[in-house]
Design a protein around this ligand. Structure first.
Ligand SMILES: C[S@@+](CC[C@H](N)C(=O)[O-])C[C@H]1O[C@@H](n2cnc3c(N)ncnc32)[C@H](O)[C@@H]1O
Length: 295
């Protein structure tokens, strides 16, 4: 569903940009749009010949054309820092607000695009993992953000608990609101803190499944994910993989996880990888699903 919305949004952005700045410059804007709730975010490339005024005109036209978009922002910096947020957001058109309600798989999420990581591009992944969850599972989501992944799982599957940790206090406050909005208070447990500390303090040896949706920390926190698992369990490890000609990023990602899991004293019972999305030139986000057993 989101894929369709994205394709429509890209087409619209393309035709609006063509009209406003002409064919040549419009190429810089193509496919650089996310729609989150009623907010459109246009991502600025590192190098661009478009001025802020060009972007403002594109934003105003977009607002005119797409009735469900009420606010348009330019993301002038990438997702960065510990909290994985866009620090430089420039208002282009419409309502000057960063808070919206984002909908995914029948759930509603209150999000603030300036304070918490959110991308509709993970929508399919949330659903895919939710479909793997068996009734009664205990899940630990080490990097839960506003709770989107955890809540989709709680609504689609029947886990007994989804412990959902985030180090960003504002993300956890939004997660608490989202847990209430989606009536999953008995299942999703928001926890503020560093995932490594939280696991050691209170979530050791309890999980059937651990999610690690933060590529920059996934490998260094793998030991903590294993600490959180029961003797046997499932891991979902998200990595950013750069690959050369003839290399398969999925094999590369599986190799990294396999080596690390074995080095930490576990055996791998099954392993598979899939490309989640492109994140740069010859770089993709890959998820590795691994069934592991303590040796
Ligand atoms: C990529 S986002 C999570 C996205 C979310 N799972 C989703 O699908 O919408 C990663 C999150 O990890 C959090 N984070 C970063 N370092 C952390 C740590 N040491 N412990 C717990 N959370 C951390 C960030 O605040 C951020 O919200």
């Amino acid at each position: 569903m989101y894929f369709l919305v994205l394709v429509v949004a890209i087409r619209l952005l393309r035709s609006v940009a063509r009209e406003v700045v002409g064919e040549e410059k419009a190429r810089e804007v193509w496919s650089r749009i996310d729609i989150i709730g009623d907010i459109a975010i246009i991502k600025k490339p590192l190098r661009t010949s478009l001025s802020l005024e060009d972007y403002r005109r594109i934003g105003a036209k977009l607002l005119e054309r797409v009735k469900y978009v009420k606010s348009v922002w330019l993301a002038a910096s990438p997702v960065e820092g510990e909290y994985r947020v866009r620090r430089e957001l420039i208002h282009l058109a419409g309502d000057k607000r960063t808070v919206t309600v984002y909908r995914e798989h029948g759930c509603s999420f209150l999000v603030d695009i300036s304070k918490v990581f959110v991308t509709p591009r993970l929508g399919f992944e949330h659903y895919r993992v939710a479909k793997l969850v068996r009734p009664g599972e205990v899940i630990v989501n080490m990097f839960a953000g506003a709770g989107i992944f955890s809540i989709v799982i709680a609504r689609i599957a029947r886990p007994s608990k989804v412990y959902s940790i985030d180090i960003n206090r504002e993300a956890v406050e939004l997660m608490k609101r989202n847990v209430e909005i989606n009536s999953v208070k008995d299942v999703v447990v928001p926890i503020h803190g560093d995932a490594a500390e939280v696991v050691s303090r209170r979530l050791s040896g309890i999980a059937d499944r651990v999610l690690m949706p933060l590529p920059v920390l996934a490998i260094s926190y793998l030991g903590h994910a294993l600490e959180s698992l029961k003797d046997r369990g499932a891991l979902h490890v998200y990595l950013h993989i750069s690959y050369g000609k003839g290399e398969d990023p999925r094999d590369k990602a599986s190799g990294i996880v396999l080596n690390e899991v074995e080095r930490l004293g576990y055996s791998v019972e099954n392993i598979q990888a899939r490309v989640v999305r492109p994140v740069g030139p010859r770089t993709v986000q890959v998820v590795v699903d691994a069934g592991v057993l303590r040796c």
